[in-house]
Design a protein around this ligand. Sequence first.
Ligand code: NOJ
Length: 510
Amino acid sequence: MSTWWQDGVVYQIYPRSFCDTTGNGIGDLEGIGRHLDHLVDLGVDAIWLSPIFPSPMADHGYDVADYCDIDPMFGDLDAFDRLLAEAHGRDLRVILDWVPNHTSEAHPWFVESRSSRDNPKRDWYLWHDGDGVGEVPPNNWRAVFPEGSAWKWDPPTESWYLHLFTPEQPDLNWRNPEVRAAMGDTLRFWLDRGVDGFRMDVIHLLAKDPAFGDVEPGSSLFAAVLDADATHEYLREIRGVLDTYDDVTSVGEVYILDTHEVVDYLGSDAGEELHLAFNFMPLHQPWDAERWRTQIRIAEDAFGARDRWPTWVLSNHDVVRHRSRYGESEERARAAAFLPLTLRGTPFLYAGEELGASDADVPPEMRQDPSGTRDGCRAPIPWTAEAPHGWATAAPWLPFPPEASLRNPEAEGDDVDSVLSLYRRLLRERRASAALHAGSVELLDDLPAGVVGWTRTAGDDVRTVLVNMGEGPATVSGFDGQTVVVAGHLDDEGEAFDGLLRADHAVVLA
Ligand code: NOJ
């Protein structure tokens, strides 16, 4: 029996950038509520909100200072309850972003932990002594960003704490059962309020190798520092908490670039660990049919062979938007939409991709991201054609993406051939067709170079999808006479397929 998180489509909202209603240049919960109807018209089933908890914002909310409240920048618990009710009233589920690997240095747990070596919360974080007074850290582990050691010297107790991300994000010690119990309570806090699940930030990093030894220079930090067995054990505990609620889900950010290993985090028996896990390998592929065919095959070998449900994602708040990655072509962005929305698995769309948004050009003086690379994809969403595009200020925290006066729901909503209209048609067709939202997938082998395609089947319901990633037009045989039910442009729909596929063009056939 399939569930909403398998059949449905999830839409990621980066709350800072969605819609500002207060005039401070930063999006808020009220602004999300204001645009829920856009999401209903689009046809998604759930929203995932990047972190909205109190935070000093050293990593824009991925540094949490209180897991059980809302940052005043976004609103308060009443505003959240209102948003949840409004979303549920429209049959939209709400997924929160749970950040369990690290807290903010401003979290009261860390404030206590760093205050003395014998504080009861000392062992809630990973403190180790190095050599000398702040001279040599405990080992050679490097932070993911910014570039530098993963250890920070803390003068009050003359010791080092581990931070796999910025120094403002100390890693929790998941070996400590009190930490696990406290983090389980944070899940219950939101589940009791009625949320439908969690996206789980860098969930594969929870347990570190207890030896804390040096890693070979140049080796993958994650492979070397992790204790996967312990992380799997903690995930089973986390699943135990989730399973005391009905119909909730979890999707893990398992940032391991090996799809088979990612699938391990769904448990050795289905239902034991995560419900879903992101598979980022496809996202790292260029616009190349052979590379995509390989990734689809790997995903089916890894997820399908173990009877697990895959996920598909092209863009999020950490990477250059796929339209920009694939060369800025709108045609290509249209064809790309067919990948997550018609492959077997749950699609995760990133706010703005339904408008064909590119990354914003962010001048150096406006950049805020501690990794230095992610401001462009976090640009504000324009809602109307005229500036300030439905924002309560003309000066949002980042500049709008290019062509904001054309690429917004107001302008695109009325245009039957806009990117937005294409996303709506694809989502409608996906919902209507059991083959597309729940069927099996079979990769097609005998296609011309440059074309990747697959057939989805559920009983009598069969859909074939063809995507031409090649440089020029391609002629595909074997499907003549089938009807084009969705195409990159409205004009091509409803016709009998003649086998001709323009470059950067995709079709769903029935
Ligand atoms: C992954 C998140 O997606 C990213 O935005 C964040 O910086 C890191 N985890 C650290 O929390």
